[in-house]
Design a protein around this ligand. Structure first.
Ligand code: ADP
Length: 263
């Protein structure tokens, strides 16, 4: 559907240039997936999005960088305002997408490119960096995720956890101010997932604004500033993660927490 993307908005509307989603609705045919959902994410904070499968978490996350277009509602993200109405032009969309990095459950690395190339290529394409500039930044980021020695390897020669860390480095290479994670460890063995979660913890400690869809309750409790529980196309509960986990107010939250913690 048609949308408008306006230039950086009044910062008072967006808490410290984080994310403000108002009255987002989305349906696929007759199937309602998001029903009038609103959320504020302050800059420099971590929000964990939890809830049963099919609740709409992934769709909601993907609305933030317009991988999904909501049918209704306003998205204010890092100073951009997007509302139903007019088309988002390709340049504005590219600006939005480079401000908002995304890491998926499946790593989506190019199999025919080395780790270094996977990270450098988007910088050249999106930011117009030279190959030398891009490679220099890529090496810094590979070092940051603990994989400098993998620069010349193809993804097929790296473990799942290493591939996901390369995917995180690739997203960071576009210098985003916000990072979205869609179940980044759920395709990984638990011990391998831990190395990815450790990179994410460091990113959070560095002050990155993050929204993370996850089933990792320990990560959600220890790292997130706000826990958001979704069920049946809506946010049913949100607040301090420890408070919600120890004393959930909603029966559906209680059921969900019991189910994941018993796994
Ligand atoms: P969650 O991340 O909480 O598991 P999703 O956002 O992935 O939930 O999905 C919410 C609902 O939307 C599910 O019922 C799913 O089947 C449906 N859905 C998601 N994407 C599509 C799509 N592209 N077409 C039709 N239905 C979809």
């Amino acid at each position: 559907m048609a949308m408008t993307l306006s230039p950086p908005a009044d910062s008072k509307l967006v808490p410290r240039l984080g994310i403000k989603l108002d009255n987002i609705s989305k349906r696929y045919g007759d199937h309602v997936v998001l029903d009038d959902v609103s959320l504020n994410v302050e800059s420099g904070t971590v929000t964990a999005l939890i809830g049963p499968s099919g609740a709409g978490k992934s769709t909601f996350l993907r609305c933030i960088n317009l991988l999904e277009r909501p049918d209704a509602g306003t998205i204010r993200v890092a100073g951009h305002t997007i509302e139903p109405g007019k088309t988002v032009n390709a340049r504005d969309l590219a600006a939005l997408r480079s401000t908002v990095g995304m890491v998926f459950q499946s790593f989506n690395l190019f199999p025919h490119m080395t780790a270094l190339r996977n990270i450098s290529f988007p910088q050249q394409r999106v930011l117009g960096r030279t190959r030398e500039e891009a490679d220099e930044r890529s090496m810094q980021l590979l070092e940051r995720v603990g994989l400098k020695e993998k620069a010349g390897q193809h993804p097929g020669r790296c473990s799942g956890g290493q591939q996901q860390r390369i995917a995180i480095a690739r997203a960071l290479a576009l210098d985003p101010s916000i990072m979205l994670f869609d179940e980044p460890t759920s395709a990984l063995d638990p011990e391998v997932g831990l190395e990815v979660l450790s990179v994410m913890r460091e990113l959070a400690a560095d002050g990155m604004t993050m929204v993370v869809v996850t089933h990792e309750m320990q990560f959600a409790r220890d790292v997130s500033d706000t826990l958001v529980v979704m069920a049946d196309c809506k946010i049913i509960e949100q607040g301090d993660p420890r408070a919600i986990m120890s004393d959930p107010q909603e029966a559906r939250t209680r059921r969900f927490l019991r189910a994941v913690l018993e796994r």
